[in-house]
Design a protein around this ligand. Sequence first.
Ligand SMILES: Cn1cc(C(=O)NCCN)ccc1=O
Length: 117
Amino acid sequence: SLLVLCGRSPPLRVSLFPRVLLGELEAHQDAWPFLLPVDQRSVPGYRKVIRRPMDLSTIRGRVSSNQYPDTEAFLSDLALVLDNCERFNEDRSEIGRAGLRLRSFLERRWAQLLQQS
Ligand SMILES: Cn1cc(C(=O)NCCN)ccc1=O
C-alpha cells in the first residue's frame, strides 16, 4: 500500500551511513588507540577512572548484530570512545592528540554524510 512506500524508516542509503562512517574510522591513521578494548591490566588506573569502556571493535560487533535501535545509540557509543580518551589522556599526549584528530574527522565526515541524506 502507499503507507509501505512512504514508510517512516530512513531511506536505505541513510541507514548505511553508520557502517560507512565506522569503516572509515577503523581505517583512519589515528584510530590505533581505539581499535580494541583498552587492556585494563596493562593500563594502571584505567578500570577505576573509566566507568564505561568502549572501542571500535565493540561498536563493530554491535553494528554487525543490529544491536543499535537507532543511529543516535551508535553515535553515542562513538562519542563515548572519544570522551573516555579525553578524560584519561592529556590533550598533548600521543593518544590524546590521536583522539582529538579522530573526533574532528568524525564530526566533519558525519556532517558530510548527512548532506547526502
Ligand atoms: C584509548 N587508550 C588506549 C590505550 C592503549 O594503550 N592502547 C593500546 C594501543 N596499542 C591507553 C589509554 C587509552 O585511553
